[in-house]
Ligand binder design. Structure first.
Ligand SMILES: *Cc1c(COP(=O)(O)O)cnc(C)c1O
Length: 811
């Protein structure tokens, strides 16, 4: 696929530097050079995209529209060069021009348009949809500020604005002629025509312009190219307002302010619903612009919307884009003049919903008064959808008010977005086998019984080209050696062939050497960035993910304090050196999560100044966990902490990144860990803790964490120490109170840390025993890598294509 030689790339880059920045190579800063490279690759992808667009048009192919309020893209230069087959040529070109390719890649800011797993999943799926040659478009908001940058000051998280567009916008192509208008507020007036048909008119509204800033997505070893369409918000009001009358002037200013703020910042809450009116504006803004854009292009091609559902599928990533349902209805009813039944048929054969969480606090419920005032026409349509559904439920369940109340779309003054999705979507899927079962058995049980065929599972996956081949080139080379080439890059299940080498001692030694090198490289990076010296002779035990109580970083802390106390009691004990690495952002308003970050930093400081721990025990909190940091860390990790309370983590994808890079998992039977265990067997994973069913049972029986605290002396000592704090004299009794007594209506130890504590400690012991026999460990590591093909996003996207989207994929 190397379409360009070094000489050609050199000329293209020099040309960009001259035309866009008026610089010679000698005058170019690294920033100039980064932008020039990005623009050169952007041109290539744009050319491919136009070809793809023409083929999709001519073939009248069904298209996928992936709507997500988050796309956690990370960096693109190295990735795009890799997919275009130009990575080596680009590196040589840059070295030839006197620049270090590695340094230049480091210049690029992460496009942090997401919080964590859900946003990163959307990014991985764009790669796979493109590589599998599916005509697909991603849609989101072009946030001016991505997920905040995290600084740790005096052990506490401080948030800084992430202004990524200065350099990051090199990838974006504004398409001003494809601007859409989105309308807020005002009111609806009925307009009856001579045939007695109502054409509701929206008056007194505030308009916001949605301007596409397109990012092209290159696939691997294909010219097929897709687009991520990021909507920017602008006011339609002209800048000079001096001539406006007083009333209009104020309205104009208000309009301008409202427009600009919509695309200002990503909401930094992960797995938590924020009922803010600005968030609702963001959702409708992006959904309305997207639907209008799809409809406009469809009408231009087919001249009718009657076949809309045959040519498009709209996948909604969690409930955040749910307003796509009434918005598409609105256009079909008000603009096309379709009957309710015609419109409803089209909508319900177009839209599909992926559920990402069963946590009650994450389920979106919008106050009806807010929707009514902000989106008056959408509100009318929602009321009608809810009313008809209510009738259906009453026919189905008669007087069973409990069921009806549970499934209603509008209830108690709130609009429940998940119930709307379940009512309107053609398919509903969970993101791991266990999670999809919980949806069917618990969350949407009655809807499942009424229409079992609508419920599917698609287990999440990750872009294995990025998360293995690109970030861990030595491991990539070893896999090629052992599996007869690079087949696994296109057919991820072929990575299984690595298992043929599981008894080859030299391969196992190489695997160990690669891990060692990756650890040292990561340690050198940490030393440069923060001055902290990691002990590379210790096992790297890693927990990186958003900070959330259900993810149980605190359980990890309990275990480390337990180890610390053992070491204090008996400084000469037999002790396997362990380095515990944490990385996690807490939502700025999530106080407990922030306290846990501070606790980790207190513990890290305590252990680092205690000579007893020297070369044995180390705890490090890595600042600002993000995609580009994960890419450095995964290849260096040895033990992967996936320890959520069973039943709470929908899938996890961090778990898959670790597995693919040869880390072993210590984990609960939660999310996709269940399927990892199925692949690996008991002997290649360290399982512990209650199952999801046992968690439910213990709660039904009346779980009492205080009893466990009083009964288990070691556990009591750990908790008492955390309550008292360390030498920095910060007490963490507010945290331990939650474990023992519960606070503000929540039960004591809601996430069952104490119930799983001893089982967790034992699993750690088993892990260290395995680590002591290095050959055995290396073999387990190899088996983990070899059996990770199932967790490639290519497999997930093939599942979506076959089961949900009904579109063909590249063979
Ligand atoms: C993969 C990834 C996540 C998701 O991690 P989980 O352990 O599945 O929660 C979060 N943040 C970043 C930066 C990631 O790359």
């Amino acid at each position: 696929m190397a379409e360009y030689t070094k000489a050609q790339l050199t000329e293209m880059i020099i040309g960009k530097l001259q035309r866009n920045f008026g610089r010679t190579v000698e005058e170019a800063t690294p920033n100039h050079m980064f932008k020039a490279c990005a623009l050169v690759l952007r041109d290539i992808m744009s050319r491919h995209q136009i070809e793809t667009g023409n083929q999709v048009w001519e073939g009248q192919r069904r298209q996928v529209h992936y709507l997500s309020l988050e796309f956690l893209m990370g960096r693109s230069l190295e990735k795009n060069a890799y997919n275009l087959g130009l990575l080596n040529t680009l590196k040589e070109t840059l070295e030839g021009l006197g620049f270090s390719a590695a340094d230049l890649f480091e210049q690029e800011p992460d496009a942090g348009l997401g919080n964590g797993g859900l946003g990163r999943l959307a990014a991985c799926y764009l790669d796979s949809m493109t590589t599998l040659e599916i005509p697909a478009t991603g849609y989101s908001i072009c946030y001016e500020l991505g997920i905040f940058k995290q600084k740790i000051i005096d052990g506490k998280q401080v948030e800084l604005a992430d202004n990524w567009l200065g350099l990051g916008d090199a990838w974006l192509i504004p398409k001003l002629d494809e601007t859409e208008e989105v309308r807020f507020g005002g009111k609806i007036e009925d307009r009856w025509d001579e045939n007695g048909v109502n054409h509701p008119e929206h008056v007194g509204y505030t308009a916001v312009l949605a301007i596409p800033r397109d990012m092209e997505i290159a696939g691997y070893q294909t010219r097929h190219t897709n687009t991520l369409r990021l909507w920017d918000a602008k006011s339609p009001v002209p800048v000079d307002m001096s001539l406006y009358s007083r009333g209009e002037y104020l309205k104009a200013v208000e309009q301008q302010a409202m427009a600009e703020v919509i695309a200002k910042v990503l909401y930094p809450d992960d797995n938590h619903y924020e009922g803010k009116s600005l968030r609702l504006k963001q959702q409708y803004f992006f959904v309305s612009a997207t639907v209008q854009s799809i409809v406009r292009k469809h009408r231009a091609q087919y001249g009718t919307l009657h076949n809309f559902h045959e040519k498009h599928v709209i996948q909604i990533n969690d409930t955040h884009p749910t307003l796509v349902i009434p918005e598409l209805m609105r256009i079909l009813l008000d603009q096309e003049g379709y009957s309710w039944d015609e419109a409803w048929h089209i909508v319900t054969h177009t839209v599909c919903y992926t559920n990402h969480t069963v946590l009650a606090e994450a389920l979106e419920r919008w106050p009806q008064a807010l929707i009514e005032s902000l989106l008056p026409r959408v509100w009318q349509i929602l009321k009608e959808i809810a009313h008809r559904y209510q009738g259906e439920l009453e026919r189905r369940y008669g007087s069973d008010q409990g069921k009806i109340a549970h499934m209603a779309i509008i209830w108690g003054g709130e609009v429940r977005m998940a119930n709307l999705c379940v009512c309107a979507c053609q398919y509903i899927n969970g993101v791991s086998a266990l999670h999809s079962d919980i949806l069917k058995r618990e969350v949407f049980h009655d809807a499942y019984l009424a229409a079992p065929g609508k419920f599917k599972n698609v287990t999440n996956g990750i872009d294995h080209r990025r998360w293995l081949s690109q970030i861990n080139p030595k491991l990539d080379a070893l896999i090629r050696d052992c599996s007869g080439g690079d087949e696994y890059l296109i057919h991820p299940e072929a990575i299984r062939k690595l298992e043929n080498c599981k008894d080859d001692k030299s391969v196992l030694k190489q695997l160990e050497a690669i891990k060692g090198e990756n650890k040292r490289r990561f340690a050198a990076y940490v030393a440069r960035e923060s001055g902290v010296i990691l002990n590379t002779d210790a096992i790297f035990d890693v927990q990186v993910k958003r900070l959330h109580e259900y993810k149980r970083q605190l359980l990890n802390v309990l275990h480390i304090v337990y180890l610390y106390q053992q070491l204090r009691d008996n400084p000469n004990m037999d002790f396997t050196p362990q380095t515990f690495l944490f990385g996690a952002k807490a939502a700025p308003g999530y106080h407990v999560a922030k306290e846990i970050i501070q606790l980790i930093n207190s513990l890290a400081a305590q252990i680092s100044r205690d000579p007893v721990c020297k070369d044995k025990l180390q705890v490090v909190f890595l600042e600002n966990y993000r995609v580009s940091l994960a890419e450095k860390l995964m290849p260096a990790s040895e033990l992967s902490e996936q320890i959520s309370t069973a039943g709470k983590e929908a899938s996890g994808t961090g778990n898959m990144k670790f597995m693919m890079n040869g880390a072993l998992t210590i984990g609960t039977l939660d999310g996709a860990n269940v399927e990892m265990h199925q692949q690996l067997g008991d002997e290649n994973i360290f399982l512990f803790g209650l199952t999801a069913e046992q968690v439910n049972q213990r709660k039904r029986e009346g779980y009492r964490s205080l009893d466990l605290y009083q009964r288990d002396h070691g556990l009591k000592r750990v908790i008492d120490q955390i309550a008292a704090g360390f030498d920095d004299h910060v007490s963490y009794s507010s945290i331990t109170d939650r474990l023992l007594f519960g606070v503000g209506g929540s039960m004591a130890d809601e996430y069952m840390l104490l119930a799983d504590f001893s089982s967790y400690c034992q699993a750690h012991k088993r892990a260290l025993e395995a680590y002591a026999d290095r050959q055995r460990w290396n073999q387990m590591s190899l088996i983990n890598i070899a059996r990770s093909g199932l967790f490639a996003a290519d497999r997930s996207i093939s599942d979506y294509a076959r089961e949900i989207w009904h579109v063909p994929v590249r063979k």
